[in-house]
Design a protein around this ligand. Structure first.
Ligand code: HEM
Length: 256
């Protein structure tokens, strides 16, 4: 059995060349991404001394790197991009992982666990396709603005711990809630909204683990009930409030 190996390449790049260096590596990285011998890679920059960079590449094995990638056309294309910096290399060696390894106790956000911005865009695209084909919800969403799905994706991403993209581009909680004023959403419509959101989560490939889905549905329940409340004829617009931040709740992510 071959054992993965980690190659570390340490560079010292003068500050004034660092922008070109990063641009060259951004281009070169395409050839790593296309290499079947490459498991993953990351170029990191030293926080304490900006001139130090470390490129970490995990290869399927040292032999695959030296006999496979190094002898392939991808390597020539990779090298062509970074050749000006070969003289700046301070170390370039392969390291075999030892048994000392593990993960810490940091808890990922629901946003990261779901798969980030891309996962929420997929979710709302699938969701609004369903909504527009649904007999109960289609009338509510007739004439929907084309950017609606992407705005809701930004909103959900922010609620679940992602960047504040909705509040920075659209508005805060009050702004979002106000979108529902006067809509007269019924319980049947609300319940269908929650059901279709879960169907869309399945189809869009969001994680299906119990911990994620229970937190996800908890927010859908809470948010839709607020939407119904504020959509009733006598509801007053809400005061401006921060965007709610949804967390895992009682059951943190399960990691065997
Ligand atoms: C967790 C629950 C909900 C969330 C997070 C949510 C989120 C949003 C957001 C972010 C917007 C504004 C989109 C934009 O800025 O373009 C919006 C608008 C809207 N929502 Fe909701 N919503 C929820 C529940 C519901 C429900 C249950 C219904 C109806 C069944 C509904 C109907 C609408 C409609 C019709 C609009 C468009 C308003 C307009 O632009 O005229 N929403 N929603």
């Amino acid at each position: 059995m071959t054992v993965q190996t980690v190659e570390y390449i340490r560079y010292r790049i003068p500050e004034q060349q660092s922008a070109q260096f990063l641009a060259a590596y951004t281009r070169a990285a395409r050839h790593l991404a296309a290499a079947p011998q490459c498991v993953d890679y990351e170029l990191a920059r030293c926080e304490e001394d900006f001139e130090h960079f470390i490129l970490r590449i995990t290869w399927t094995s040292t032999e695959d790197h030296l006999e496979g990638f190094r002898k392939s056309e991808l390597f020539s294309d990779f090298l062509a991009e970074i050749r000006p910096y070969v003289g700046n290399i301070q170390e370039m060696r392969h390291y075999k992982p030892t048994t000392v390894r593990g993960t810490g106790a940091s808890v990922p956000t629901l946003y990261a666990w779901a798969g980030g911005a891309e996962a929420f865009s997929r979710l709302t695209e699938v969701f609004y396709d369903k909504v527009l084909g649904d007999d109960v919800l289609a009338p509510v969403f007739a004439g929907l603005a084309p950017e609606h799905a992407s705005h809701v994706a930004l909103w959900l991403g922010e609620v679940f711990g992602g960047p504040p993209a909705y509040s920075e581009t659209q508005g805060g909680h009050g702004h979002m809630v106000a979108k529902h004023l006067g809509k007269g959403i019924t319980e049947a419509q609300r319940r269908r909204w929650v059901n279709l959101l879960q169907d869309a989560a399945d189809e869009a490939g969001l994680p299906t683990d119990a911990e994620f889905r229970s937190a996800f549905v908890a927010y859908a329940e809470w948010g839709t009930r607020l939407a119904v409340y504020f959509s009733s004829p006598d509801a007053a617009p809400p005061a401006e409030q921060p965007v709610p931040k949804w967390h895992w709740g009682a059951a943190p992510p399960y990691r065997p």
